[in-house]
Write a protein that binds this ligand. Structure first.
Ligand code: CUA
Length: 308
């Protein structure tokens, strides 16, 4: 290679180096600008957690919002197929919110629209970031990691309310009125099982025309089902399903008893239930809560039921 050719190549190499250096610099400036203006921070690891023992973990046994100090809140969130626990997070505007995330099963993504909150939620890992919402409003949360057949249904919400409204809701929560099973069903179950309890054939099994059969077969089975969830292939009244019912153990024993009592009577004739049926009590849920069952144990249990 003669000297002139060598010089020409060297000149182009310097230009390419300068261009790629400039691009890297631009990206760093953009990231720094976003961090400085959006009030966010880079997601950090905050330790590990065992997905199998979330119900007894300090951070995730009671997922939700808790006050850490004046105008500072902790939000513990669990991702599971195909919902967020809690699905709706309510925080006051202008407060420092410290989020902690983990997953009960597979990798999900928590992306809050119109904010810089966007992270992977990974089983076994705890991720944390803090954020301050400056605008009140309802922010939609999308799962942005493909997590299974109903990934597109995995939508959550962050409600950012005024300090006064936040205080009002907290005091309403502190003194709960009689739990309304219909309301619990509407806000937790109806998106899959539908408001009329009919489910969606092939995707979500019906509650109507089926739940009384489960009660007849084994009174404690629906209690275990709500606490532990169910995953795998089942048949309901001749139709096959292969999906996942999430565990609802984050609901209180009172809420679970109320929603079950609502669902066993809402659509079926009373005669569908055993003649000696008495309403479920919170104590029955408290008792079953002591012995959590694995997904495999739940599926085996359902296989043993004698169903019509
Ligand atoms: Cu969870 Cu996609």
């Amino acid at each position: 290679m003669d000297h002139a050719t060598h010089e020409r190549i060297a000149k182009w190499e310097r230009r390419w180096l300068a261009a790629s250096g400039l691009m890297s610099l631009t990206f760093v400036i953009l990231i720094a600008y976003t961090l400085a203006t959006e009030g966010g921070e880079i997601v950090q690891a905050a330790g590990r957690t065992d997905p199998a023992t979330l119900t007894t973990s300090a951070l995730f046994a009671q997922p939700g919002v808790r006050a850490l100090g004046p105008n500072e809140y902790q939000v513990s969130l669990i991702g599971q197929a195909f919902t967020w626990v809690p699905n709706t997070v309510v925080v006051p505007v202008g407060a420092l919110v410290r989020f902690y995330f983990t997953s009960r099963d597979v990798i999900h993504g928590y992306q809050v629209e119109r904010t810089s909150i966007n992270l992977e939620v990974i089983p076994g890992e705890v991720a944390t970031l803090h954020y301050t919402f400056d605008e009140p409003g309802t922010y939609r949360v999308s799962c942005n990691q493909y997590c299974g057949s109903l990934h597109h249904e995995m939508v959550g919400w962050v409600e950012v309310v005024s300090a006064a409204e936040f205080a009002r809701r907290q005091s309403a929560q502190a003194a709960p009125a009689e739990v309304d099973g219909a309301a619990v069903f509407a806000s937790n179950c109806a998106s899959c099982h539908q408001a009329n309890g009919q489910g969606i054939a092939g995707a979500f099994p019906p509650v109507a025309g089926h739940l009384p059969d489960l009660v007849r077969a084994d009174r404690t089975y629906p209690v275990k089902l709500l606490l532990n969830g169910l995953q795998g292939a089942i048949t309901v009244n001749g139709t096959s399903y292969n999906g996942q019912m999430p565990a609802w153990s984050h609901l209180s024993d009172e809420e679970l008893a109320a929603v079950l009592n609502y669902a066993v009577t809402a659509w079926d004739e009373p005669e569908a239930l055993p003649a000696d049926f008495v309403p479920y009590t919170a104590d029955e849920f408290a008792a079953e809560r002591q012995s959590p069952l694995s997904a495999a144990e739940m599926l085996a249990l359902r296989g043993e039921l004698e169903l019509p």
